[in-house]
Write a protein that binds this ligand. Structure first.
Ligand code: ANZ
Ligand code: ZN
Length: 821
């Protein structure tokens, strides 16, 4: 018995990692009759080294994967690398290393690091999105989408980063700056390819309902706002005859979109985006003064973000429209807050009830006309009254509530064919062209005769050339001497390849479905339906909140598009989503720039992977931020040592001992209670709350309780259960001890024995005015108030209709009720 061995984490961990590697026990089984769980942590970008955020992400996923595997589920728990993207090119520029070499060296290094964490990933399904095979299928999706009209090419004003020499999607612009390098984004017109995500706007919005309570509500709200559906009235405002003359009879008016048609009598001016056709025409003509033209051009040069951030600004165009209901003349302005690409790029301004209109009107002394009496009764001064209320000063709708007034105006306009009910979305099509090298080439060809044509499927992948020079300026594929020169797939004449590559979000929009496909089929098909239909959708997706909009919206869109192209069955890719909190040190996000990084490698070398995993899951619930704490890491390590030491006094066994619970002492019963409480907790934690910290705490309490009693059977049963509960969290030490003590046998599902949860009871005498009237059996932890209430019921016939003057409870002995008369 008396073993003296010490807990040597690194030896044990190496042993088990080698064993797991050989056994292949983490490979998903192709038996599609088994119950399945697809557990997926978002794949990493191969930046060079894993960081604590990765450790957290993969430990959460691994704990779930191991839990379900132990429960008998067929588990898919894959890993790969999101390996195209700009950092590889930046490294090439800075360190003169080829992006491909940099990327694949990083992948190798990170794979080794991840292995030292003991993560139970499938090896066979590993992939990197820069692999030519991955590109091949991706390009085939692109071509099929192009043929379907789901990809189209257009010239548009795009967000351009001078520093990275590339286009950015709206989602990649953060407060006017590039999400990658932080430099200011400028506006520039450029041809590019767009994915028609707007075709799916309604479905993307409606299906959020199906994710309620399964995704964090915060993420659902962010997606809803991003899609930004609103409905209202679109109608045309007609210019007065003089203004038509001024514009050379090229225009007779313009459309506006409003979500508050009930405020139409409050319109005191209208405002156009500076990009509006009418503004363009006036800029060419002589009607506007030079200073006004200069002001408009100044606004045109600003990005939408900059305009939004600056004070309300604009100029009067000295033209007028006629109010459709009152026939009054209304001035037309250009304003910096009107977006060119929303609604019709023009607004009817109602300063009394719209804050932006109010600020602009205050700035330029324009009329403010109240037309809605707020529900609360009082008009607030100094700002717009945006809330709903009752229409006033509005002949057609006076007295109507906002909702009814809106409907009434819309119907009036539709009846008179003056306007129509419309729905608008904030969501924009997804621009995917990037002028970069390290990405998947867009598989189209520009032919002088045929125009833009797709490459033939049999020629895929259109692979990247290796011999490029990466300087950071311009597009390396465009500058390559030969790569782009090819023959047209249609007519065979000389033609030029598209030299743009795809946004890397294209790759991360379908990797989860690729994993779900049997790897033996990867060469032959994008997805094999049988396997994909079995594994999809992802049962639990885990990743950072920073992906709440970008990645998750694109992936949802892809899932739907690929479904409609016959590749996939489901409408949603991720049934459940867990967004993990950030890892902080000294209250700040761990990052190289802040110099507060703790390297996972160092922790693993010092204490072992199990300590790192235990700390990460114990320090905070996964959804919350986690503050790094050296002494808590020590604490986790000490607990594992206690577990190790305890194992030395546990008897070896080949089945769970039979224990007669009634015959146990108080301490023994208590220890069993604590063990079974932990067991009970694990069900909630793994299936619902993911509050691993509470499960770990329960295991610690249970171990303490075992140490405070002497019964070998209780010890053995309890230790077996604790090891099983901890195995998904600290797999190496758990497997090692389980092997030593129980031959790593599984003794089957342990039921929550009810007798363990029955608490000790006590018998109380109940007296009324000192006379014993009854006896009462209650749980020994029942509180006084409850005892008194039960006692009164028990002696109801002696106290009925009487006034109780005093109620006395003598702990563990008796209840005395003193009554009047
Ligand atoms: C008059 C009005 C009165 C408005 C009122 C609002 C409140 P959402 O809800 O985001 O769809 N709008 C329309 N097109 C615009 C554009 N291109 N740029 C900037 N603003 C524009 O917003 C719709 C509202 O935003 C519209 O309803 C319009 O102002 C403005 F008390 O019309 B509203
Ligand atoms: Zn051609």
């Amino acid at each position: 018995m008396a073993e003296v061995s010490k807990y040597e984490a690194l030896n044990i961990e190496k042993k088990w990692q080698d064993l797991w590697q050989k056994s292949g026990e983490f490979e998903p089984k192709n038996d599609y009759t088994l119950p399945k769980k697809y557990i997926l942590s978002m794949f990493p970008y191969p930046s060079g080294r894993i960081h604590m955020g990765h450790v957290r992400n993969y430990t959460i996923g691994d704990a779930l994967a191991r839990f379900y595997r132990k429960k008998g589920y067929n588990v898919l728990h894959p890993i790969g690398f999101d390996s195209f993207g700009m950092p590889a090119e930046n490294a090439a520029i800075q360190h003169k290393i080829h992006p491909k070499i940099w990327t694949y060296e990083n992948i190798d290094y990170m794979k080794k690091e991840l292995a030292t964490l003991g993560l139970s990933f499938s090896k066979n399904r590993e992939l990197a999105t820069s692999d030519p095979l991955y590109t091949k299928w991706e390009q085939s999706f692109f071509i099929k989408m192009y043929e379907k009209g789901l990809v189209y090419r257009k010239s548009a004003i795009v967000n351009w980063c001078e520093h990275d020499q590339t286009v950015l999607a709206n989602e990649q612009v953060e407060e006017g700056c590039c999400w990658r390098c932080g430099n200011a984004v400028v506006q520039r017109e450029l041809p590019g390819y767009y994915l028609k995500i707007t075709d799916y706007a309604d479905e993307l919005l409606n299906d959020l309902q199906t994710l309620k309570d399964k995704w964090p509500s915060q993420v659902l709200t962010m997606q809803e706002n991003w899609i930004g559906k609103s409905y209202g009235l679109e109608f045309k405002l007609f210019l007065d005859s003089q203004s038509i003359e001024i514009l050379g009879k090229n225009f007779d008016g313009f459309s506006v979109f409003t979500t508050r048609p009930d405020t139409i009598y409050g319109m005191s001016y209208t405002a156009l985006a500076p990009e509006h056709e009418i503004v363009k025409a006036l800029l060419k003509g002589s009607h506007l003064s030079d200073s006004k033209k200069a002001k408009i051009k100044e606004i045109l040069n600003q990005s939408p973000r900059e305009r939004q951030a600056s004070a309300k600004d604009g100029v009067s165009l000295d033209i007028y429209v006629i109010h459709p209901l009152t026939n009054e003349k209304i001035p037309v302005w250009v304003a910096n807050f009107v977006l060119a690409d929303y609604g019709s790029g023009a607004v009817m301004a109602v300063p009394a009830h719209d804050q932006r209109d109010y600020e602009f009107a205050s700035q330029f002394n324009l009329n403010i006309i109240d037309v809605v009496k707020p529900e609360s009764g009082e008009f607030e001064k100094g700002k717009a009254n945006a809330e709903y209320g009752i229409a006033i000063n509005s002949p057609l709708i006076n007295g109507l509530k906002t909702e009814d007034a809106k409907e009434s105006i819309i119907r009036y306009f539709e009846d008179k064919t003056l306007g129509k009910r419309v729905t608008n979305y904030k969501l924009r099509d997804w621009g995917i062209s990037r002028q970069r090298y390290w990405g998947a080439p867009i598989p189209t060809i520009h032919c002088p005769k045929c125009g833009v044509v797709a490459e033939k499927l049999e020629n895929l992948p259109v692979a990247l050339p290796d011999d490029v020079e990466i300087t950071g300026e311009g597009n390396p594929l465009d500058k390559h001497p030969t790569w782009k020169h090819t023959k047209c797939p249609c007519c065979g004449c000389d033609a030029v390849r598209e030299t743009d590559t795809m946004d890397t979000f294209f790759q991360s929009s379908w990797y989860f479905a690729r994993y779900a496909s049997d790897d033996k089929t990867w060469n032959d098909v994008a997805f094999d339906r049988q396997s994909v239909d079995y594994w999809m959708s992802v049962d639990q997706y885990i990743g950072g909140i920073e992906h709440a909009i970008l990645h998750l919206l694109y992936a949802r869109f892809f899932q739907k598009a690929l479904r409609d192209m016959g590749y996939l069955r489901d409408s949603e890719p991720f049934s459940n989503l867990l967004t993990q909190g950030m890892v902080l040190k000294d209250g700040k996000k761990m990052s190289k720039s802040k110099g507060n990084v703790v390297d996972p490698d160092d922790i693993i070398k010092k204490y072992g992977a199990d300590t790192a995993r235990l700390f990460i899951l114990f320090a905070a619930p996964p959804q919350k931020e986690l503050e790094w704490n050296d002494s808590a890491v020590e604490g986790a390590f000490r607990f594992l040592n206690r577990l190790w030491d305890k194992s030395k006094s546990i008897k070896k066994m080949d089945k769970i001992p039979d224990i007669n619970h009634d015959s146990l002492s108080k301490d023994e019963k208590y220890a069993r209670l604590k063990v079974y409480e932990a067991l009970k907790k694990s069900h909630d934690v793994f299936n619902e709350t993911f509050a691993f910290n509470t499960l770990i705490a329960a295991c610690m309490e249970a171990l303490n309780a075992l140490n405070a009693q002497q019964n070998d059977d209780v010890d053995a049963e309890g230790f077996y259960i604790i090891l099983n509960l901890l195995e998904p969290i600290v797999p190496h030490i758990a497997c090692e001890l389980s092997e030593k003590l129980f031959g790593r046998k599984n003794f089957g599902e342990i039921s929550l024995k009810s007798e363990v949860f029955v608490q000790d009871s006590m018998t109380l005498a109940i007296t009324v005015n000192g006379k014993k009237r009854a006896e009462l059996e209650v749980a020994s932890d029942m509180v006084e108030m409850e005892i008194l209430s039960v006692a009164k019921q028990k002696v109801a016939k002696w106290i009925e209709g009487k006034e109780i003057i005093k109620e006395i409870y003598v702990k563990g002995k008796l209840v005395n009720l003193v009554i009047k008369g």
